[in-house]
Design a protein around this ligand. Structure first.
Ligand SMILES: Nc1nc2c(ncn2[C@@H]2O[C@H](COP(=O)(O)OP(=O)(O)OP(=O)(O)O)[C@@H](O)[C@H]2O)c(=O)[nH]1
Length: 315
């Protein structure tokens, strides 16, 4: 039970995943992406792993570490503009304890902290043995990460910053945009540095349904595989848990509410996401206006992903 705005309200303290299974959420083609990445590893000096800043401790692919982990490693926690970073130093400390010493929070859209990336890579590579490549003055970096975290956006941001050049890597709002595998793209002149863009690869072993839901809310798993209804409910659970009540005013609710059906009904009415349904009564057919819960759920999640319901920390 939590006390909110003077009233005693009951929020859920945990989320009921309802016996769901995450086995279906890992598309098989991702294994192929990982194999291709391993094949290129010989030429790589450093791995830059991009992950979503809203989930610093969950959803990273452990297979990267097992398969590619011998190189120097830099973790970029991207989309910092959407993350609640009040506890940034605690997050960095915990990551350090997990062995992740080189971490930068970034925003590739607004180029926040992007300036720090090339110097840190240069430092990491120079202080490590360069795997039979000591004579080569070029730096070759592989960008890895789960889908839709901003790998291509990073490459484009670096090119804009260091080479004053436009897009080289296709960016998209849906997971799985980077299909042309392993393109080598120059991002810096001094030192000469190339980045290899790779397709997003999810872990074949997503630890729990809740981890899967976090990944889904961040847009790394295709929505239809998870279901808009459960994603919307998990979002509502998180907004209430963190007392992020922007949704109340936005959708014209009287007060915060923990019941997803009531919230989606308001969302649907507010956005005109309704449809006419014929109801049979004793005196004949009657047309009633029914909320389109799926469309409302989709809108609710989409609004959250744009950052319009507040900055969150899902971990
Ligand atoms: N708010 C915000 N959005 C971002 C940021 N970086 C990338 N995006 C958006 O996130 C989406 C995915 O970006 P991409 O660069 O295509 O991600 P990716 O990791 O290459 O995606 P895959 O090819 O699916 O693996 C796009 O809609 C980007 O505009 C950021 O720092 N902040």
């Amino acid at each position: 039970m939590r006390l909110v705005r003077g009233a005693l309200r009951a929020w859920r303290d945990s989320f009921d995943c309802g016996g769901r299974s995450v086995a279906m959420w890992f598309p098989g083609h991702m294994a192929k992406g990982l194999r291709q990445m391993k094949g290129k590893l010989q030429k790589v000096d450093c791995l830059v792993e991009v992950h979503d800043a809203r989930i610093p401790f969950s959803g990273r692919n452990p297979v990267f570490q097992e398969a590619l982990g011998v190189r120097p490693h830099l973790l970029l926690l991207n989309k910092m503009d959407l993350a609640d970073l009040k506890e940034k130093s605690r997050i960095l400390e915990q990551l350090k304890q997990e062995g992740l010493k080189n971490v930068i929070f970034t925003d590739c859209e607004r180029e926040e902290n992007i300036k720090e990336v090339v110097p840190l890579i240069t430092e990491l590579v120079s202080s490590n043995q360069r795997y039979q490549r000591a004579e080569n003055v070029e730096y070759c970096i592989m960008v890895i990460g789960v889908p839709n975290v901003g790998k291509s956006s990073l490459i484009n941001a670096l090119r804009r910053l260091h080479l004053k050049k436009g897009k080289a890597s296709q960016v998209g709002g849906e997971p799985g945009i980077t299909k042309a595998v392993l393109t080598k793209i120059q991002v810096s002149e001094r030192p000469v540095m190339y980045l290899i863009d790779t397709p997003g690869v999810l872990s074949p072993r997503i630890g729990s349904v809740e981890t899967g839901l976090k990944l889904a809310l961040c847009g790394t798993i295709r929505d239809y595989l998870v279901g808009e209804d459960v994603m919307a409910d998990y979002l509502l659970y998180n907004l209430n848990k963190h007392q992020l009540f922007k949704y109340v005013e936005r959708y014209g609710l009287d007060a915060p509410c923990d019941d997803i059906e009531s919230v989606l009904k308001r969302v649907a009415l507010k956005l005109g996401k309704t449809r006419k349904v014929k109801v049979l009564t004793g005196t004949g057919d009657v047309n009633v206006i029914a909320p389109d819960y799926n469309a409302a759920g989709y809108e609710f999640v989409r609004t959250f992903r744009k950052g319009e319901l507040g900055k969150v920390m899902l971990d």
